[in-house]
Structure formats: C-alpha cells, structure tokens
Write a protein that binds this ligand. Structure first.
Ligand SMILES: Cc1ncc(COP(=O)(O)O)c(C=O)c1O
Length: 321
C-alpha cells in the first residue's frame, strides 16, 4: 500500500485502481469493473444499472440488498423490491419466473432478479451452478437482468470449483467484496459491460463514492486477490471443524456448513443470541447476533487453528451451561 502508485481516480487517473479494475473484470470474463468503497454501494450501483425508478427488483427476503442496505434501493434508486420467501439459500427458478411482471398500464414491471453468492443469512450457503443457469434462462426469457451480490463469491468458487468467469458469464452485473474473507481493509467492485460501467462511474459519483488517490486501497485489494484468495479453503475447513464441534448441542447441522460461516440456531439453547455473544465476548470470542435466537460465526484470516480450539472451548461451555 505504501508503495502504490496513485493518481486522481475521480479523473480516472489512478493506475493502481485501473489495474485492479482490469484484473477483476478479467477474472469474471467481463469488459469492465469499478472500485467502490463498500459492497453496499457496489450493489446499489448495480441495481440502478438494471432497474430504473418505479420498476421492480425480485430477490429473496433475506437478501442483503433488501434486508441490510437501509432501504437504499428505494431511497436512492426509486426501486420497488418484491421478495420470495428465503429458504436457506435454496431458490426455485420456476417460483421466481412466476413472480415476474410484464410492462403495462397499472403494472410495476420487473426489471431484474438479484441473488446472493454465497448467502450471508443462509450461513454462507452456495447457490448451485445449475440454479444460476436456470435463473439466467428465466431472466433471458423475460428480457430482464440478473445481478449477483457476490460479496463472498470467492468462497462459492472454491467450495464448488466453479470458475469465476462462469459466474460472470451468467450475470449481467456482479458486486464483489475485497474486505470480507479476502481481508483487504476496504473495497468492493461492480462488474459488467464497458457501457454499464461508464454509467456506474456517474452513479458512484452521485452517491459520493468518487475517491481521489485511492490506489493505496486498491493495492491492498490486489494483494488480497493474489495472496489471500487461495487460503480461503483453510477458513472453510476451520468452519467445518467448528460446526462439527457444536453440532452435539443441536445448534447447527454441519452438513450445511460449506464455506466460512457457521449459522447458529439457538431456538432450543440455554442462551439467546445476545446472551451467548456477551458470554463469548467476555472470553475473547466475537460472534454476530443476527436475530433473537440466531447468531453467526465467521472464520477468517485472523483466526488460526488455536483460535478455533479456543472458540470451541468457550462456546461449548456456554451451550452446555
Ligand atoms: C452478502 C453481502 N452483500 C453486501 C454486503 C455489504 O458490504 P459492505 O459492508 O462493504 O457495505 C455484505 C456485508 O456484510 C454482505 O454480507
């Protein structure tokens, strides 16, 4: 980062940002990409590219774009959202197809479908390639777009062995994050065609996301892609070990844990999510509270095998009570 060559990226003059954008576009087999400060901004730019004001987006009820982006699609894009029930990351393409509304008087026409790969609230579930292909066909048949919130698409790529370019081929727009499992301090990208990314640059500026000498952050992202991407499989193995150790307490089915997230269903547990999180924090183990009886454990580059051993010791003691 300290050695990064920088320029004013608002004028498109930062060579390190340009290199990162070109590398990521190529990884996904697309023409262009745009660096953004956050995954939320990358998602919202992509949605605005595909869904004009007063038309609608379809996604599942637990999708980050509707559940955790503070109404941004409505507030900044004038976008209506309609959801199908979240089913642990499982998607029925026929059900999605049946929801699509055509143009017409009295209508809110559907312009795009959004999916999340991997699915955060579904515990890092991987959407099968066959499902994505079927959704592509659904979108093509209706003449609408397909967006992938790929904040953790790197994990799906490694878990299922699907080339990133295959995911790219199936989607009109993708967002990807460098700042989650990849471990860069900041940064995401929107990926699409050259024409769409030119518009994305304008939308980013409108949202206040045009940044100046930002190559220092892009340099971290480039480093993460080279050095941290391959090691995500270690996080997956550690999450699987954590899930196996907690399974006897009835809080997780280890067969569902395929990436770096261990979702805990605490409905039958002694402690609720806030109680478990507080008790774990007191012992130096940090977990997320996603609902009254729903918690999330995430493995990442700062948690080694000894850290997993400690998490298992602390959490099993609390769950056993
Ligand atoms: C699936 C998913 N998409 C998008 C985001 C947004 O990323 P950011 O926090 O960088 O806005 C997150 C953040 O947790 C996420 O889990």
């Amino acid at each position: 980062m300290a050695a990064a060559e920088v320029g004013d990226d608002v004028y498109g003059e930062d060579p390190t940002v340009a290199a990162l954008e070109a590398e990521v576009a190529e990884l996904f087999g697309h023409e262009a990409a745009l660096f953004t400060p956050t995954g939320s901004m990358a998602n919202q730019i992509a949605l605005q590219l595909l869904v004009e004001p007063a038309t609608e987006l379809l996604c599942d009820a637990d999708a980050h774009v509707v559940a955790h982006e503070m109404g941004a699609a409505a507030a900044y894009g004038g976008i209506s959202t309609r959801t199908w029930p979240a089913a642990g990351g499982a998607i029925d393409p026929a059900q999605v197809a049946a929801m699509i509304r055509p143009d017409g008087y009295y209508a809110v026409p559907t312009r795009a479908i959004a999916i999340e790969q991997t699915h955060n609230r579904a515990g890092g579930a991987v959407i099968p390639l066959a499902t994505m292909r079927a959704l592509r066909e659904v979108a093509d048949a209706a003449g609408i777009g397909l967006h992938c919130d790929g904040a953790r698409i790197w994990h799906a790529h490694l878990a299922d062995g699907v080339p990133l370019a295959e995911y790219g081929r199936l989607c009109d727009t993708l967002s990807v994050c460098l700042s989650k499992g990849l471990g860069a301090p900041v940064g995401s990208l929107v990926i699409s065609t050259r024409e769409r990314i030119a518009r994305a640059r304008e939308i980013r500026k409108r949202l206040g996301g045009g940044m100046r000498q930002v190559g220092i952050l892009a340099a971290a992202g480039r480093y993460a892609l080279t050095h941290h991407l391959p090691r995500l499989v270690e996080d997956h193995a550690r999450a699987a070990r954590l899930a196996e150790a907690l399974a006897p307490y009835g809080v997780v089915d280890p067969s569902t844990v395929r990436t770096n997230i261990v979702p805990l269903d605490l409905s039958g547990a002694r402690l609720d999510a806030a109680g478990l999180a507080a008790a774990a924090r007191a012992e130096g183990v940090l977990i997320s509270v996603l609902g009254p009886r729903f918690a999330r454990l995430v493995t990442h580059g700062d948690v080694d095998d000894a850290g997993i051993d400690r998490a298992i010791k602390v959490l099993t003691a609390q769950l056993a009570g």
